[in-house]
Design a protein around this ligand. Structure first.
Ligand code: FAD
Length: 379
């Protein structure tokens, strides 16, 4: 009855469902949660404010095709994300930039650093903090050490539950110094949030007559792998299966569980119209949470109250919390490769998405990936 079955109604699953539905395929999407949109799911809370249930999601991209594709399904609210950090009792802009230098250091020291940064790296560059640390210049070394200790070290330890040296470069490279005065967190060409939220965007993507959706259903309740065959509703399924869940789960953890970091999301109502100046303030030091986000600053709303979110990182434990960030250890990499090799026995299955590929993807990257996978599989 269905040509394609898709496991997971996050962005990866939804975009692929829509693309195949447009080419006259009949699609079944199976989602274990009670809602669509995966981790970018949002909803209006009791204060009338649109909140992001799985942590703040800011859309930003340089991919024109991704922007144009998504614009078919939503209007946008232009939004440039700004982040501050509580450092030495002051709220300062991050990524650390020239505005931060003058707030944190005496003027002559800040001026000297500004000139040296410009001379060494050039205007508009983003330099990862671990690279700056290697500089031979004593002013830059001092700056690197300051940022490392006050912004990076404890935040990273909290986020990952281990010292930065044990964390892969791709992750640590995400903490840069910006050479200039641009206070925005992202520098991409397109920066916006869907005007009515991500859940409405994904609902529109999925609203094609060829797409059927089953919520509250785990794949293993309706399907299983037997030998090299796929069974769905107890019948052999010969179509394509697009799987956006965890690979270790698909193969019953036979090579061990892949480690993830999770986050406990604690939402609070504050009895004031505004809580902080910008959407997100990071707390690198002194608290168990990593950051506080105020959603009104992302999606403006008329309300006498405001909703904030405190994020408490923790290890992922199956059944207790959600898998958010892959923890890239050598052991995990080896196990993932074994699962990938196992997948080759099932040519009908295509694994796509942040869980299935055990990879950190931003939303624009995953939409791009889904569009590429469709181009690869469509014939
Ligand atoms: C805390 C946090 C903050 C983020 N912030 C940003 C941001 O600011 N900007 C940005 O661009 N990106 C951000 N991201 C990344 C963004 O969430 C991902 O790019 C996006 O969600 C990936 O989509 P996906 O479809 O691959 O995965 P998901 O959104 O996880 O969707 C997968 C879906 O599959 C379902 N599923 C899994 N297994 C099964 C199964 N066995 N049976 C049935 N259903 C199943 C899940 O329930 C889920 O709904 C953030 C991620 C996190 C964790």
């Amino acid at each position: 009855m269905f040509d394609i079955v898709i496991i997971g109604a996050g962005l990866a699953g939804a975009v692929l469902a829509e693309r195949f539905a447009q080419s006259n395929k009949k699609i079944l999407v199976i989602e274990r949660r009670q809602h669509i949109a995966g981790n970018c799911y949002d909803e209006v809370d009791g204060n009338g404010i649109l909140i992001h249930k799985y942590g703040p999601h800011l859309f930003h991209t340089d991919f024109v095709d991704v922007w144009e594709y998504l614009s078919n399904f939503t209007e946008w609210h232009v939004y440039h994300h700004k982040v501050r950090a509580m450092v030495d009792g002051q709220i300062v802009p991050i990524p650390f930039n020239f505005n931060t230098l003058v707030k944190v250091f005496p003027k002559n020291l800040a001026d000297r650093m500004e000139v040296t940064l410009l001379k060494n790296y050039g205007y508009g560059q983003k330099i990862p903090i671990l690279e700056l640390k290697k500089s031979a210049d004593p002013y830059l070394q001092f700056l690197a050490e300051y940022v490392y200790k006050n912004i990076f070290l404890h935040y990273t330890e909290k986020q990952w539950g281990k010292p930065p040296e044990q964390i892969e470069g791709a992750v640590t490279a995400r903490v840069p110094i910006f050479i200039g005065r641009d206070d925005r967190y992202f520098n991409d060409r397109f920066q916006a949030v869907p005007r009515h939220g991500y859940a409405k965007l994904v609902e529109k993507i999925l609203s094609h007559k060829n797409i059927k959706l089953m919520l509250n259903t785990n794949f293993d309740e309706v399907g299983e792998l037997r030998g090299d065959e796929i069974y769905l509703f107890n019948q052999k399924f010969t179509g394509r299966l697009i799987y956006t869940g965890q690979l270790d789960e698909l193969f019953s953890y036979k090579f061990g569980a892949l480690p993830y970091r999770s986050v406990e999301m604690k939402f609070e109502t504050v009895d004031a119209e505004s809580y902080q100046d910008v959407a997100t303030v990071n707390y690198p030091n002194n608290y168990d949470f990593t950051r506080i986000t105020e959603f009104k600053k992302i999606h403006p709303a008329q309300s006498k109250r405001t909703t904030i979110l405190k994020e408490y990182p923790q290890n992922y434990v199956k059944g207790k919390n959600d898998p958010y960030y892959p923890v890239f250890t050598d052991e995990a990499r080896i196990a993932y490769e074994k699962y990938s090799a196992e997948l080759k026995n099932f040519p009908q299955i295509k694994a796509v998405g942040r869980l299935a590929e055990y990879k950190y993807y931003d939303m624009d990257d995953i939409v791009k990936k889904a569009l590429d996978v469709f181009a690869e599989l469509k014939d």
